[in-house]
Design a protein around this ligand. Structure first.
Ligand code: DLL
Length: 437
């Protein structure tokens, strides 16, 4: 059995988890009905009375909350406590419009740290660990969220923040960093730069684990990180609207990320119809805060596509696991009528030796026909290979992707180090198609 941060809670038998969730749902709905005008209006309009919620079925009559509701209530309209009780705010910047503001009471911050601590302990963090945070500190929830979680565990925290990769590597060597915390794409970049500097992470540093989240990534990428650099990558998921990181996380024995269900109630819906899908179905994740004070959110549509597994895990935890997020329903590309997620592309081409996880997807339209190009950096080793092998790789990748996606993309192999790198969330897709009016 694995180490756990809150073992009694993390192994609650399912019937107890569900009883606790229902009790907390009732309390939360009653609180927001009483304190948040937006929810009072919503619930009244839907004819939902908090004292009449006696089952999850009753709860499902509550309309969804969406990102737009945050924008409309910018900045503090969704608070369920007086502003003076809010001790911290974070915000996530959307691509359009006003950002999403989230408030925390002191108790919320404690709960948040515990949730992040649960994940970090899964990823092997102890008091002996040195945890280097390479997320941005600021309004983004990644930096502070992981920072306080690691401090809660009692690890030595290095708040190095994002950027300046060579300095990160210097600190990794000097401070004996054991865990690095960042996005998967930035972790790959750190590993690559170590290679360029001639630094063997396994032989010359204590770094063994990367705690990764904030963006989708593939199982293939995890395997690459381990086979090339010896670093174990563990996934953790969260979003600002619900709290930040700390909604779910995984350890070495888990296939999928445990959702901390005593604090977040998950549902999977059909993104088109909004209907709740039966257990095991793939669809959009909807989350409800069960214990948050400052800003509890009911039935928030995350847009993230995943699947839930309720079976008890090899690690001993009983809480539902969500599968790796394949993408966001609003990131899904529709190319010539075919639905394509960037992670599907990544997963397929990384099966081929000679490719690296640095890639860019370019979608365009010629006349009325969509075109898909995938630019992929090859590995250093491949670069020194013969031309004919490069051509073979190009056509193999094309065949593999055509099989996986049902459309044939153009493949452009490029030299290592030529595609843009990101210090935070990677930008994988450039969609040049004119926007529909
Ligand atoms: O990215 C919170 C976070 C920070 C999670 C650090 C983990 C680590 P937002 O900026 O609000 O919050 O973005 C939330 O990022 O809806 C997903 O689409 C995506 N996302 C976050 N974690 C994962 C993950 C933070 N592990 C949005 N896998 C979410 C896939 C993820 N997508």
């Amino acid at each position: 059995m694995q180490q756990m941060w809150q073992p009694e809670l993390e192994t609650l038998p399912r019937p107890q988890i569900e009883a606790l969730q229902l009790k907390r749902i009732r309390e939360t709905v009653a609180r927001v009905h009483e304190r948040v005008p937006f929810y009072k209006e919503r619930l009244d309009a839907a004819g939902v009375r908090p004292d009449q919620i006696n089952s999850f079925g009753d709860f499902r009559r509550i309309p969804f909350t969406v990102k737009e509701d945050f924008r409309r209530n910018y900045p503090f309209g969704l608070l369920a406590v007086p502003r003076r009780e809010v001790v911290r705010v974070h915000a996530s910047s959307g691509t359009t419009g006003k950002s999403t503001v989230v408030g925390y009471t002191r108790k919320d911050l404690e709960m948040w740290s515990d949730m992040v601590a649960r994940f970090l302990v899964m990823a092997g963090v102890t008091q002996d660990s040195v945890v280097q945070v390479a997320f941005g500190y600021g309004l983004f929830t990644g930096g502070f969220g992981l920072h306080y979680g690691a401090e809660r565990v009692g690890a030595t925290v290095v708040p190095a923040a994002s950027g300046n990769t060579r300095r990160h590597l210097q600190l990794i060597q000097d401070f004996g960093t054991t865990h690095v915390v960042c996005t998967p794409s930035y972790a790959m970049h750190i590993c690559e730069v170590a290679g360029e500097m001639g630094l063997d992470l396994i032989k010359q540093t204590r770094l063994r684990t990367a705690c990764l989240g904030g963006e989708p990534w593939s199982e293939q990428m995890r395997q690459r990180m381990f086979s090339l650099y010896g670093i174990h990558g563990y996934d953790n998921y969260g979003l600002s609207e619900l709290i930040g990181p700390g909604v779910s996380g995984e350890g070495p024995e888990c296939k999928g990320m445990h959702i901390f269900e005593d604090h977040f109630y998950p549902e999977i819906i059909d993104p088109e119809s909004g209907e709740v899908l039966p257990p095991g179905s793939t669809g959009e994740l909807v989350l409800t805060n069960l214990t948050r004070e400052a800003q509890p959110v009911l039935r928030y549509r995350t847009r993230d596509i995943t699947r839930l597994d309720l079976a008890t895990c090899a690690c001993g935890r009983t809480m539902a696991r969500m599968a790796r997020v394949t993408g966001r329903s609003d990131d899904m590309l529709i190319i010539r009528g075919v639905n394509v997620f960037p992670t599907q592309i990544e997963h397929a081409f990384l099966e081929m030796q000679g490719t690296s996880p640095n890639y860019q997807i370019i979608v365009d339209r010629q006349g009325s026909i969509d075109s898909l190009e995938v630019k992929i950096e090859i590995t250093e080793q491949m670069l020194s290979d013969e031309m004919k092998n490069l051509h073979r790789l190009e056509s193999d990748v094309q065949k593999r992707l055509a099989e996986a996606l049902s459309i044939t993309p153009k493949i452009t192999l490029v030299e290592p180090g030529t595609l843009p790198r990101s210090e935070g969330k990677a930008v994988r897709v450039i969609d040049k198609r004119p926007k529909e009016a």
